[in-house]
Design a protein around this ligand. Structure first.
Ligand SMILES: Cc1cc2nc3c(=O)[nH]c(=O)nc-3n(C[C@H](O)[C@H](O)[C@H](O)COP(=O)(O)OP(=O)(O)OC[C@H]3O[C@@H](n4cnc5c(N)ncnc54)[C@H](O)[C@@H]3O)c2cc1C
Length: 344
């Protein structure tokens, strides 16, 4: 991970993102006061101007003003307090497999969960996992203890927290099927426990999306079974999953949610957009609902393709595709503003 010292934000973005079209150049620079306050919290590590492309599966994104690694719920609560008192926006970062960060980077705090928040405890058929644990590791570790239920969720790159927030799913299983409750931190409130039903989980959605809530831990109810067969199933499902997706090129899985009764990929393909490209990004030849970073793609390239696909499907099928990928910073506003314009 590349980091720079405490030089002005203008210089940081310019030196890290040479060649990027839009970079943030606020005159006031990095918030060093906030950085120092964050660095004084036990269990918190702070870096300045971490290049977000290095922590996302799409390999796209400019620098984060303050990149923070948090080791416990207590430390996270203190980080939320500092964010609020310094008026900095906080983005919780999981595995970075469902997010598009702007080329100009992210002002404020990008926060990752580590330490205690990556630990797993097993008690009978109840499994408690920190939100920073990857689903792949959790599924394998639990299968090895003859605990079943997470196999179908092991084939895509995700943390537990990222999967809970969007009710991720695969092969007919959604995370809500095995989730009992979650612990959630919010600014200015004690950490609280919510039952799965409180999250109102639906297709790739929960009530936590678009809020300031941060999932810190999740409790799963699994069932006893044959761990060896479960591990075999994990390997088989992973093989199928990877065969169905573009391999080799960085991507973030499905770009749009499937509309009711149809598939976003089918609609985009029917518009003749497989293989369409913008800059270094391309609508995958293999799966039209996936955009790949073919070569040095920028967020602007991915956004252009998303808007092209959105308008084409709207104009031809009268279906409004909704992004599944999280458009961070100003990208969501830009997407909806430009998507609303008449087709090209
Ligand atoms: C090759 C590939 C295949 C994929 N296949 C599937 C699939 O089959 N099914 C599927 O559902 N998805 C799939 N995805 C998409 C992605 O893996 C999932 O959406 C995943 O659950 C995102 O988790 P993450 O930890 O990477 O979250 P990130 O991408 O880091 O974040 C996504 C969003 O979740 C928020 N978030 C993350 N952690 C937390 C937390 N602890 N608390 C609060 N908010 C949080 C972030 O702020 C952001 O808004 C695929 C992606 C790839 C690259």
């Amino acid at each position: 991970m590349r980091t720079l010292g405490d030089v002005a934000w203008k210089n940081v973005t310019a030196s890290i993102d040479k060649g990027a079209v839009s970079v943030l150049q606020p005159p006031e620079g990095v918030n060093l006061k906030a950085r120092d306050r964050l660095a004084s919290i036990p269990g918190v590590e702070v870096r300045v101007a971490v290049r977000l492309a290095s922590v996302t599966t799409l390999r796209i994104g400019g620098p984060a003003e303050l990149f923070v690694r948090v080791e416990s719920e207590a430390a996270l609560t203190d980080v939320l307090t500092v964010a609020r008192e310094t008026a900095l926006v906080l983005h919780l970062h999981g595995h970075g497999s469902n997010v598009l960060f702007p080329d100009g980077g992210m002002r404020g705090i990008v926060c990752r969960l580590r330490g205690e928040l990556e630990q797993v405890e097993v008690e009978g058929e109840t499994v408690r996992a920190g939100a920073g644990v990857t689903l792949a590791r959790l599924a394998r570790d639990t299968a090895k203890q003859d605990l079943l239920g997470l196999e179908a969720l092991s084939g895509f790159p995700s943390t537990v927290g990222g999967a809970v927030v969007m009710n991720a799913g695969c092969y007919g299983t959604e995370i809500r099927d095995v989730l009992a409750e979650v612990r959630v931190a919010r600014p200015g409130r004690p950490v609280e426990t919510l039952a799965t039903a409180d999250l109102k989980p639906g297709y790739r959605t929960t009530s936590l999306q678009g809020t300031e809530a941060i999932v810190t831990r999740a409790e799963f109810r699994l069932r006893r079974g044959d761990g060896a067969s479960a591990l075999k199933r994990i390997n088989e499902l992973n093989r199928r999953r990877w065969e169905s997706l573009p391999s080799g090129k960085p991507n973030a899985g499905s770009v749009f949610r499937n509309p009711e009764g149809d598939f976003a990929g089918r609609l985009i393909e029917a518009c003749g957009l497989k293989g369409a490209s913008s800059g270094g990004a391309e609508i995958s030849q293999r799966h039209a609902n996936v955009i790949v970073n073919r070569e040095n793609a920028r967020a602007a390239d991915v956004l252009d393709l998303m808007i092209t696909a959105h308008r084409a499907v709207r104009d031809r099928f009268h279906v409004e595709l909704r992004p599944e990928i999280v458009l961070a910073g100003d990208l969501a506003d830009e997407f909806w503003r430009r998507a609303a314009a008449p087709g090209i």
